[in-house]
Write a protein that binds this ligand. Structure first.
Ligand SMILES: *Cc1c(COP(=O)(O)O)cnc(C)c1O
Length: 381
């Protein structure tokens, strides 16, 4: 019998039940014809602000632009240093360099894959202006420790919550703790859109006002520019479509958490620190499982990374798996000119991680197929 195919993500399974509502939203925007900002975007901003418990939510063109806009609003530029983890999606570091500032790479905590507060504190200089904690894979960074460091050194905190819409730290929504929260609606995120889109949240009125002006080239009133911004607008159509999914996001997260709990239990007998380490959730965190990420430690003298072998094994059995992320920032060619960063835990994670399907619409049969495929890998080694 052929094993059940399991893609890494199945957007159709999520969107199909909403087809009628999505079509209605599309038709509404087509009819009124106001395609840029306007009521659709405002309504979406109000709804996301409420869902997250943020004072302000500002719809933007992508998660990357959310980060860029947050840093621009904080006047980050040439001569400034911004600390971020070395292990994340490229956008976290790319935006710092694009503003002419210097990204400074801190190491991560091995259990959560998130920014290590001690490594962060050790990198602070007189040039440091901000810290970007990333809530990687849907779990919060150590926000108490990082907020204390930021407070003591008068630094800004921009939370990269691209993978963490609806996740919480001590019951507080991520993206509402630092100066800014930055979200992405890239289709593979927990609240996935229909193209690119993003959101910036803040509880600070002045920062919100400034970010809204910078979102439209820094113009206020129209065609008068006291600042240089960009085009960081969220499309009305995108806002209308994602608004259809927003009321379901808590249920999506719940289903992901169920899948994660299933994997934890089913894979527990295989877990040991030599060959398979399961993801770990800190007690204070509400994890939303954007990814379920296994670690396969590399034995000394190994010729092949065990996680590469597992990925091949899973893919051969039609089970999706991906490496998030194979190269830490301090090893990227484009950052080779920067002072040498020492991030052993980021290096280790980059060679050990593999993410398996955890999307909300996984069926019982598919979850079993994933576990069977992982089990057969370890039994045959
Ligand atoms: C997806 C992602 C981004 C960028 O979001 P886009 O919408 O793709 O621009 C930034 N940071 C992290 C951690 C992400 O996962």
């Amino acid at each position: 019998m052929k094993p059940t195919p399991v893609p890494l993500l199945d957007l159709g399974a999520q969107n199909h039940p909403l087809t009628a509502e999505l079509r209605a939203a599309f038709d509404r925007v087509l009819d009124h014809g106001r395609f840029i900002l306007g009521d659709e975007v405002t309504a979406f901003e109000d709804a996301t602000a409420e869902a997250l418990g943020a004072k302000h939510a500002i719809g933007v063109s992508s998660g990357t632009d959310a980060l860029l806009l947050a840093l621009m609003t904080l006047d980050i530029g040439p001569g400034d240093e911004v600390i971020c983890p070395s292990f994340s999606f490229f956008a976290t570091a790319g935006v710092i360099s694009r503003l002419g500032a210097t990204p400074v790479f801190a190491d991560i905590c091995p259990d959560t894959f998130n920014l290590d507060p001690e490594s962060t504190a050790n990198l602070i200089t007189t040039k440091t202006k901000a810290i970007i904690p990333v809530h990687l894979f849907g779990q919060s960074a150590d926000m108490d420790a990082l907020m204390t460091i930021a407070h003591d050194h008068k630094l800004h905190i921009v939370e990269d919550a691209a993978q963490a819409f609806g996740a919480a730290y001590r019951d507080k929504a991520l993206g509402t703790i630092g100066d800014f929260g930055c979200f992405s609606f890239f289709p593979s995120k927990n609240l996935g859109g229909f193209g690119d889109g993003g959101l910036v949240t803040t509880n600070d009125d002045a920062l919100a006002d400034k970010a809204r002006i910078l979102r439209v080239h820094g113009s206020k009133p129209k065609y008068y520019h006291a600042m240089i911004g960009g085009n960081f607008r969220l499309d009305a159509l995108q806002a209308a479509l994602i608004a259809v999914k927003l009321p379901h996001h808590a249920q999506y997260s719940h289903a992901r958490a169920n899948n994660a709990a299933y994997y934890r239990e089913a894979l527990a007998p295989l877990a040991n620190k030599e060959s398979l380490v399961l993801p770990y959730t800190l007690e204070q965190n509400t994890h939303i499982w954007n990814q379920f990420t296994l670690r396969l430690p590399v034995p000394e003298g190994a010729e092949e990374l065990p996680r590469d072998a597992l990925k091949n094994h899973l893919n051969e059995r039609n089970v999706g798996a991906e490496i998030y992320y194979p190269v830490p920032f301090h090893r990227q060619e484009c950052f080779a000119h920067l002072p040498k960063a020492i991030c052993p835990e980021s290096d280790k994670a980059a060679s050990e991680v593999i993410s398996i399907p955890v999307y909300p619409e996984l069926t019982e049969e598919q979850r079993e197929a994933v576990v069977d495929a992982v089990r057969s890998f370890f039994e045959n080694r």
